[in-house]
Ligand binder design. Structure first.
Ligand SMILES: [Zn+2]
Ligand SMILES: [Zn+2]
Length: 179
């Protein structure tokens, strides 16, 4: 879990900043964002009138599966973060602060121990980078329609003309998908 205690910053006047550097942090962000290694982040926490603004960037290696050849590959991703967290209790008195009318229920809160948790923010930003058609490389030749092997390895001169009529449909389909 990636969390920071902002009790000190909450006692500063608006505008005061604190820079945070994360290096080689191993985290789990859920099954749909699969990290192939640790992530790095450079963040600036800034006291605002209402709470704490978190801005910066995250770099993470994401595991993907190629849509053409079905091989797994790793893509280095960099995303921006720009979120404001609002306190759930008054830092001085400890009394709960209700959300103001108009604040969405999805509003990010600083918890009652003055901690902000960034896992959810990192997850959401990284999940958005999942491509519709992930490719291990732009020119991935995909799989051979006849034998199912990788087209960039081995010999796929299987005799040419003798394509099984049932596979001919599949071949046309694959050509369509790639064009
Ligand atoms: Zn591929
Ligand atoms: Zn083949």
């Amino acid at each position: 879990m990636i969390s920071f205690n902002v009790a000190g910053l909450l006692h500063e006047p608006p505008g005061v900043i604190r820079d945070v550097r994360l290096r080689d942090r191993y985290v789990t962000l859920g099954t749909d964002v699969e990290l192939a290694g640790p992530l790095d982040a450079d963040l600036r926490l800034q006291r605002t009138n209402r709470g704490i603004l978190v801005r910066g960037s995250v770099r993470a290696p994401l595991r993907r599966t190629c849509a053409r050849c079905t091989d797994p590959y790793v893509e280095e991703i960099r995303v921006g973060v720009d979120e404001e967290f609002l306190p759930s209790i008054d830092p001085d008195t400890g009394t709960p602060i209700p959300l103001e009318v108009g604040d969405a229920e999805a509003t990010l809160r600083i918890d009652e121990h003055h901690e902000i948790e960034l896992d959810g923010v990192f997850h959401d930003e990284l999940a958005l980078t999942e491509p519709m058609h992930p490719l291990c490389r732009p020119d991935c030749p995909g799989l051979c329609v006849e034998c199912g092997g990788r087209r960039d390895s081995g010999d796929h001169a299987h005799g040419g003309e003798e394509i099984d009529p049932r596979l001919a449909g599949l071949a046309a389909l694959l050509r369509d998908r790639e064009s």
